[in-house]
Write a protein that binds this ligand. Sequence first.
Ligand SMILES: Nc1ncnc2c1ncn2[C@@H]1O[C@H](COP(=O)(O)OP(=O)(O)OP(=O)(O)O)[C@@H](O)[C@H]1O
Ligand SMILES: [Mg+2]
Length: 236
Amino acid sequence: MLKLSKKKKRSLKSNYPLITDKDVNFAFAEAFRVFAVNLRFTFSQKSSRKVIITGSNENMGKTMISTNLSIALAQSGYKVLLIDCDIRKPCVHKLFKDENVIGLTHLLCDESDIKDTIKKSEVENLYYITAGMTSPNPLKLLLSQEMTDLLNNLSKEYDWIILDTPPVNVVSDALILSNNSDGVILVTEEKITEYKEIAKAIEQVKYVNGNLLGIVLNRASNKSSKKYYSYSYGEK
Ligand SMILES: Nc1ncnc2c1ncn2[C@@H]1O[C@H](COP(=O)(O)OP(=O)(O)OP(=O)(O)O)[C@@H](O)[C@H]1O
Ligand SMILES: [Mg+2]
């Protein structure tokens, strides 16, 4: 596995809030722990699960949620692999302060070795694959037999595979992947995502027989989350 020097890592900035941040908000981190527990119970019978994180539109926090969910699952002892399936606008590498040099597209084009492409994160049990070079035809790559074989092989090794994808109301990449997954989670934003946009996204997932597991409300106001998180254990 390739590793970046500490100096290089420091120069790669990320403005994404992570539950591993020292000054993380208690309610924010707790929401991801609860999310991980709920997801675990949804799949209590299965030994390996592939979950797509998508949403209706851009910039809703899909990548931020994919990464924090992966961290929460890894922290509860599972072996987790986060794959950046957003070949059009790769971002997962930024959350790990990494570069997107070799990744998923290289694997699918047989241009890299699986051992060199999977990266170990600083969180125990958490691994990730960056998107790789952008492709003129992402749909073809995601629809390929190579993608199906890759996910099948990886699911023998990882308890959870989290797939970060582009928005379903903009491009069909996430929908194409849904047949290769065990479920789809839709991200929405409080007071921003319109009902008709959520309805359209749900309709699209159902149309391709995707297993819609649930909806995450991102950027929920303190007011709406207060009733659930009105206390914080061990914090001032
Ligand atoms: N709950 C949150 N609190 C603070 N910042 C957030 C939150 N959710 C998202 N952001 C910020 O919003 C920006 C967009 O988030 P992110 O890249 O995860 O969205 P996305 O839906 O994956 O976007 P895209 O459609 O481009 O893939 C990032 O800078 C991220 O840090
Ligand atoms: Mg994203």
